[in-house]
Write a protein that binds this ligand. Sequence first.
Ligand code: UD1
Length: 381
Amino acid sequence: MMKIVLVAGARPNFMKIAPLSNELQKRGIGCTIVHTGQHYDDTMSKTFFKDLQLPQPDIYLGVGSGTHAEQTGKIMIEFERVCLQLKPDLVIVVGDVNSTVACALAAAKLCIPVAHVEAGLRSFDRSMPEEINRILTDHISDYLFTTCEDANKNLRKEGIPSSKIFFVGNVMIDTLKRFFDLARESDILDKLGLKKDGKLSKYAVLTLHRPSNVDQKDVLKGIFSALNRLSKKIPVIFPAHPRTLERIKSFALDNMVTYVGKFSRNDLKKSKKNVWVMPPLGYIDFLNLMSHASVVLTDSGGIQEETTILGIPCLTLRDNTERPITVREGTNIVVGNDPERILSASFDILENGPHGKKIPKFWDGKAADRIVEVLTARFMT
Ligand code: UD1
């Protein structure tokens, strides 16, 4: 029996490992789940294991936060120990976070085959740490599982042989499809007062955590000023990443937001003006919130893909995207972080609705099945 280690570390990893863990389990193939501890708050980690019905991690490395080098280095040291002890036949890493590159590198140096799920995406912007993580992980991996034809082309252009590239589709969409019906039962809309007597209000959803958007006071203030103008028309709901919450406080921008949800018990009685800030939501509540929104504004990668499948308009508050298929075929528009541009694009959507609603090839809920098929053919024959 092959020994597989499945790695996860940060919030966007959990929805990617869930279908893989599930598929391996269905086929009676055991795997060891290693959680690096890059994300450690309950709202960023534990909640997702519960929502996604994932088995508890077998090994928790507990590395926590730090500078990029500190975090990557700590994960490498701890993960190398795990590899030396377990001697796996294969390490599977997903996405583009520091845990992804750190574990891939530690395994590759021990000559353990590495599979990278969500390979080949490129923003062509090396100022983003994720872009460095993507390039390095792809070049030291043995199996590159891609979500789209763009990714295949990027990898071939970088000289990666076609024999290593497998176009299998999108595991995040496997998870979305699996939990969509359950998400419909979430009561988040009632809790926030967005649904009264079965009638749904219009609202926008915001997520924001990239250093380029939240680490400079003027930039963050500009985004909030645009969204506070939007909130005069429809509420803007913002489940905030811990780093962004910390920035709102340290930049003294509290007066530009209204705290709701767990932050404020009487929130429904209070007048809600400005952007509504609340702690991060779990997968099920967030999926329900996103799937009823009039528009989603985000700097996340995965949300660009999820809104495309849901047919919900998405405005990406970045200058580029590593997921251009969501712009070409889906509902995504890249608008950057200029306040006027954000506002005019939002108003345009409120008037005209989403553009484009094509479902990208293989975003059909069966990506994990294809991945495990490839791996079993390689390792079990
Ligand atoms: C990481 C990923 C990013 C991904 C994002 C999703 C990298 C380089 N970045 O960014 O690609 O989009 O996760 O959330 O891997 N913190 C907490 N509690 C936690 C985790 C983090 O309070 O559970 C705070 C800490 O102050 C920490 C900061 O958030 O220093 C940043 O965390 P980190 O994991 O370094 O990067 P993210 O911004 O979360």
